[in-house]
Design a protein. Structure first.
Lengths: 336, 99
């Protein structure tokens, strides 16, 4: 058996991998950088992909299972990941293969709909949970919000304000993945500046465990209108079963979502999953109406659109002053 | 005292082999994280072997992450030595200390 590396830019060979995965009942991920394949008599018999720090699309042909090919394949995949300096890895697979990957040093984190499981090789989630626990606040109503804020608008501000009014304490998580138009650093800073006056609020830097490429890869392929309810569920199960219990979260606040399909789907599923019977107490989802300017809801996507059109004056009605200053600088540097 | 400069690895996850990863560390001495299919019987002996192998190469601070699939002693020793040499970027090792 011969192992080889296939960069995702090699469209001819990737097409072959796609066909192999389909045979194994797996859909090829669009964000994979490198595949490792094993060939026997010129046919693909095993493959696996690396996307950032996530291993996925791992499949082995039925005819050669039980020969330890999984371990050879994983050795190859790990070598590539480690030599790229990625030590802390995640892995997606089907629940039935948990044992195989456990013997490669991966540990189970969470599942979704008995169809997919997420595993991790360092089990940093325990350390993360411990850190969260220290930030616990007392109160009957402990609210939570997760936002990307790309960029932070008066709409976001309104949502957090309302949540703070209705809760004893609010935990706000900022999506950490740097996959948006505004960098994490800018998004985080604008949120902190725009909410500095709220007293019963903790702003958390997000993590790999809350809307990240590990928990929710399809969130970051928005423009494809590609919604995968499986990953939505995975992300929400991690929130419900791992993060929320550490902070004693009782409510989650979201903005009504008339414009963005991905977020709307996410909100609907959130209501269902966070209230489902489980070992942990249910979390109530509160959907708050959006505030409007000129009869149109204020949203980050509207601000980005206005930026493209260079309509700075209009933007000033949609965002707080700190966000406005950054956009002003961005637009003046690009126009020179 | 020798230093580990960058993370490195050696070996495979296949049966009778061992996958060794070494990571630089400023203090804390020699830290070993071992997962082995035979850890109940040989766990302590394997950890001791890994520690002695690192010490013989004059390493004082290092994290060694080991995924063992029932490798024999000389395999474990060779894999640990190789990972350390790679981490040091050594091209021509002093063979006398690697015996």
């Amino acid at each position: 058996m011969v192992f080889s590396e296939v960069p995702s830019s090699n469209t001819i060979r990737v097409q072959k991998i796609k066909e192999f995965l389909e045979k194994e009942d797996l859909e090829i991920s669009e964000d994979i950088e490198t595949f490792v394949i094993a060939k026997e008599d010129d046919a693909i018999v095993a493959c696996g992909g690396l996307s950032g720090k996530v291993l996925k699309n791992i499949a082995i042909d039925e005819s050669i299972r039980g020969e330890g090919v999984a371990l050879s394949l994983m050795s190859e995949l790990l070598k590539i990941a480690y030599s790229l300096g990625r030590d802390e890895l995640f892995l997606f697979t089907k629940p039935m293969y948990e044992d195989v990957f456990e013997s490669c040093g991966f540990k189970y984190i969470e599942q979704a709909n008995q169809q997919v499981i997420l595993m991790e090789n360092r089990y940093n989630i325990d350390a993360y949970k411990k850190r969260l626990r220290k930030l616990r606040q007392s109160g009957d109503v402990i609210g939570s919000i997760v936002m990307n804020a790309n960029p932070f608008t008066l709409g976001h501000r309104h949502l957090v304000e309302q949540a703070c009014l209705r809760s004893h304490w609010v935990h706000l998580f900022v999506v950490k993945e740097d996959a948006s138009f505004f960098s994490f650093e800018d998004r985080y800073r604008l949120i902190c500046e725009g909410l500095a006056d709220l007293k019963n609020l903790t702003i958390h830097e997000g993590s790999d465990y809350i809307i990240s490429k590990a928990t929710f890869p399809t969130y970051f392929i928005k423009d494809k209108r590609c919604i995968d309810s499986l990953y939505t569920e995975l992300d929400l199960n991690i929130f419900r079963n791992h993060l929320a219990p550490e902070l004693g979260v009782t409510h989650r606040f979201v903005g009504e979502e008339p414009l963005c399909v991905v977020t709307n789907e996410y909100n609907m599923q959130m209501k269902k999953i966070l209230a489902k019977p489980s070992a942990f107490p249910p979390i109530e989802v509160i959907e708050l109406p959006r505030i409007e300017y000129n009869h149109e809801p204020i949203s980050a996507s509207r601000v980005r659109k206005l930026m493209k059109e260079g309509r700075l004056e209009e933007i000033s009605h949609l965002v707080p002053s700190s966000t406005y200053r950054l956009i002003e600088t961005m637009l003046s540097t690009t126009s020179h | 005292m020798s230093k580990i400069l960058e993370p490195a690895h050696a070996g495979t996850l296949e049966s009778s082999d061992v996958f060794v990863r070494v990571v630089p560390s400023e203090q804390n001495g020699i830290e070993i994280e071992l997962e082995s299919s035979v850890s109940e019987i040989y766990g302590e002996a394997i950890e001791l072997l890994i520690k002695e192998t690192a010490e013989a190469m004059n390493i004082r601070n290092i994290r060694i992450l080991v995924q063992d699939k029932g490798a024999l002693d000389y395999v474990i020793k060779a894999r640990v030595q190789t990972a350390i040499l790679r981490a040091q970027g050594t091209v021509s090792p002093d063979w006398s200390v690697l015996s």
